[in-house]
Design a protein around this ligand. Sequence first.
Ligand SMILES: [Ca+2]
Ligand SMILES: [Ca+2]
Ligand SMILES: [Ca+2]
Ligand SMILES: [Ca+2]
Length: 346
Amino acid sequence: MKNKILVSLAAISLFSVGLVTASLAGRPPDFCTKKPIHPSCVTTTTTTTETTTTTEPPPSPTGLSVDRSTMQAVGGTVLRNDTSSQVDPRPGLWGVIACGATWTTNGTNGDNGRYVHKTSGGDVNLRADGQAQDNTAYRQLTVLDGDDFSGERCQLGRNSWIEGENTGTQTSGTFAIFREGERKITFFSVRLPTNFPLLNDRWQQIVQWKQAQPYTNDNRRDGADGVTLEIQIFLSKIRLMKFWETKWTTNAPPLGTWIRFAFDVTYSQDPTKGKIQLYVDRNGDGDFLEADEVSPVISGATMAYESGSSSIPVGQTIPNALMLGIYHDSIYPTTSIDVDNVQVVE
Ligand SMILES: [Ca+2]
Ligand SMILES: [Ca+2]
Ligand SMILES: [Ca+2]
Ligand SMILES: [Ca+2]
């Protein structure tokens, strides 16, 4: 049985190589200016035809779910936590501040303000496990116009799986890694400043669960392309995207307000196993109860696999890593986002 699966994976892999000619470690800086323009860059958004079943959370052996009235996890354990209490987000947490052309300071309020630790005014929501945050702090990330960190990007989180998740003073790893077969819910809060650009029609990401380095050729069993999972905000919509296809949208939240998200994902390259469901307190009133605040359960692959030579055997799933902050088309001006209260629950 196992041999059969391997043979069929190899066949799919060979087939897909013909369809996907380039490995995309990240969206290139000219992503939305190259012809043909990618669908995610234009105003007409294609609505998915993938299976949507119910607005209830996916079934889980652990009974893990999201309580829509409290915006907390039920039945899970917090694996990773960042409430912004630590000034430098790198040691033991995100590993890198992926902002600007070079990062030369000690990570504290440095590099022309691309990263700033604020001690008051943070998200006041409880953690995913119902505990209070031990602080009023938050983190502010700013992409300066013209920055180039694989494009105009300012995000927390190392794009790597090989050193694992950071512990202690470790900075060589990343904040959170997601592997084949895992079901995890990522909770986080963001606040868009009052001058946040909502009206452009170009891609603008606020968070991604991306296939992480090192890999050689990332491939998908459905022949898709792009970032495995991400949330974008442009043209006044929050956009849940999978492999560069928009799967669900809801109206953009009010600016200047902390907005809580919970992203419930079963991570798998297998389209019959992968599932996603997004919760967002879109109106900022402290719950996920409104009808436009929960996506359907969307089935399909949520991870990519290795199809070339690298440290991952061909056919095996490439782990995803969490990266939180702004990554957008170069058409945008200098843009900030506030982030806080991040937990990964299993
Ligand atoms: Ca906080
Ligand atoms: Ca709400
Ligand atoms: Ca409500
Ligand atoms: Ca720009």
